[in-house]
Design a protein around this ligand. Structure first.
Ligand code: PLP
Length: 467
């Protein structure tokens, strides 16, 4: 037998599970940000793969000794960079079983459970989010790929011949100047082109200005251009600002363009009843993306895409070679018809585990706590006269800065991240360098935030007095 024996697998598997359990229980012992230098890990690994197989014990020893020092710990409760995320226990178990089953859910027949559990799980999530029942759900790997598919569907809606002819040069995509770069990348990939992406200005709270959107569309139509897709965000990347979806939906409806809402990070907050208002108007969108791998405690990668026009998405992508035809084609969903990938991992399994294990109330409680802690920390920051908030805090992301130079803020960030105590990231707002602290990890406790904030305050003592 070439593969591991069942006994060897069982022994090594138990060791791996023990390691994972200890790792998660002792995660605070690790520096959040890897302390290795570029190339350090490469220097420790042979340049060529082994001719003869090695023992699993040797491989696991190198995993611990060589790989782990090069890991930045996204599961760490004081990982506050980008949008902090985390792999929960049930999510990890689901992911392990996905690897073990190794199914490919390209068509219903190739693994009925993969297709049906994807439909069921996304139906449950749709209900938790209060989205209309007609929203059809599909899982892609990332929000960037979800948004690329939205732009492809938008192109199909406004220019059905593009699929065969290629894109017209006058299609135009609208998003805000604070939208994630994935919108522009989607336009590049679908052939709309970067020059045809309008970045609509934002107001003082970093939200898209609907009047500016309406004006841009009007000018473009007058110049012979065709509005294709409008992409507002519920939770922009820099500040988590929430674009005014109802007003934007009205403009989208009048223009005939596809409306795609990027709620990659912010979306899960709509599970919390008192935060549901962030989804006002979202039911009018053609599509929506949110990432369970961001703020729904499900391991990378899983992006949930919803559309109320699956017919258009299917029209954009369905291309069925003879060898993929099945007897059930007329009566089932074959997910390969709704996007570029043919092969599809069984990603729904881990989300199903997470949703069942925690239930809606515990997930809502967690998200509610993250938002409440963000507001408390924002108050603490405001009450230290050396610091200032740099943006409103609608969800669980705090943008703030030392009231000094950009250089001082950069130094502060470098010292925080070099300490191993916490990991923050940055952005630039109103031409000033700003620190971002995102809360979203399942293992973060309020005491972690107190620890991080008092550490930042102590580092500020070493900086020259602010202006
Ligand atoms: N949209 C927003 C608002 C984001 O913040 C991000 C990433 O942080 C993305 C899209 C891209 O997500 P992904 O890494 O899943 O492509």
């Amino acid at each position: 037998m070439l593969d591991m024996s069942a006994d060897e697998f069982r022994r090594a598997g138990h060791e791996v599970v023990d390691w994972i359990a200890d790792y998660l229980a002792g995660i605070r012992e690790y520096p959040v940000v890897s302390q290795v230098q570029p190339g350090e890990l490469t220097g420790l690994i042979p340049p060529s793969a082994p001719e003869q197989g090695e023992t699993i014990d040797d491989i696991l020893a190198d995993f611990r000794g060589i790989v782990i020092p090069g890991v930045t710990h996204w599961n760490h409760p004081r990982f506050h960079a980008y949008f902090s995320n985390s792999a929960s226990g049930p999510g990890i178990l689901g992911e392990m079983l996905t690897a073990a089953l190794n199914v490919n859910g390209m068509v219903w027949k190739s693994c009925p459970a993969a297709t049906e559990l994807e439909q069921i799980t996304l139906g449950w999530l749709r209900e938790w989010l209060g989205l209309p029942e007609e929203f059809f759900g599909i899982i892609y790997d990332t929000a960037s790929v979800s948004t690329m598919h939205a732009i492809a569907a938008a192109r199909e809606l406004v220019d059905p011949e593009a699929r065969t002819r290629g894109s017209l040069p006058n299609l135009t995509v609208y998003t805000s100047s604070h939208a994630h770069s994935s919108v522009e990348k989607g336009a590049i990939a679908i052939g709309v082109g970067q020059d045809n992406v309008r970045k609509i200005p934002v107001d003082a709270g970093f939200c898209m200005i609907p009047a500016a959107l309406a004006e841009a569309i009007e000018q473009d139509i007058a110049a012979g251009r065709k509005p294709c897709c409008i992409v507002p965000s519920v939770g922009t990347t820099s500040t988590s600002s929430i674009d005014p979806i109802p007003a934007i939906a009205g403009i989208a409806e009048r223009s005939g363009a596809w409306l795609h809402v990027d709620a990659s990070y912010g979306g899960p907050a709509a599970i919390v009843p008192e935060l549901r208002h962030i989804f006002d108007g979202v039911g009018r969108a053609h599509s929506l993306v949110l990432n369970p791998h961001k703020w729904l405690f499900t391991p990378m990668d899983i992006s949930a895409f919803y559309t109320r026009r699956p017919d258009i998405l299917r029209r954009a992508f369905s291309l069925v070679p003879e060898f993929l035809r099945t007897a059930e084609d007329g009566s089932v969903v074959n997910y390969m018809d709704y996007g570029v990938p043919l092969g599809r991992r069984f990603r729904a399994l881990k989300l199903w585990f997470v949703m069942r294990y925690f239930g809606r109330e515990r997930i809502a409680d967690l998200i509610r706590s993250h938002v409440a802690w963000a507001h408390e920390l924002a108050e603490d920051i405001k009450s230290d006269e050396r610091f200032e908030l740099a943006a409103p805090v609608p969800l669980s992301l705090i943008c703030f800065r030392y009231k000094g130079t950009d250089e001082q803020n950069r130094t502060l960030l470098d010292r925080i991240n070099a300490s191993g105590i916490a990991f923050l990231s940055h952005t630039v707002l109103n031409e000033k360098f700003v620190l971002r602290l995102a809360i979203g990890n399942i293992r973060t406790a309020e005491t972690d935030l107190e620890h991080v904030w008092s550490f930042i305050q102590s580092l500020a003592n070493d900086l020259d007095a602010p202006n």
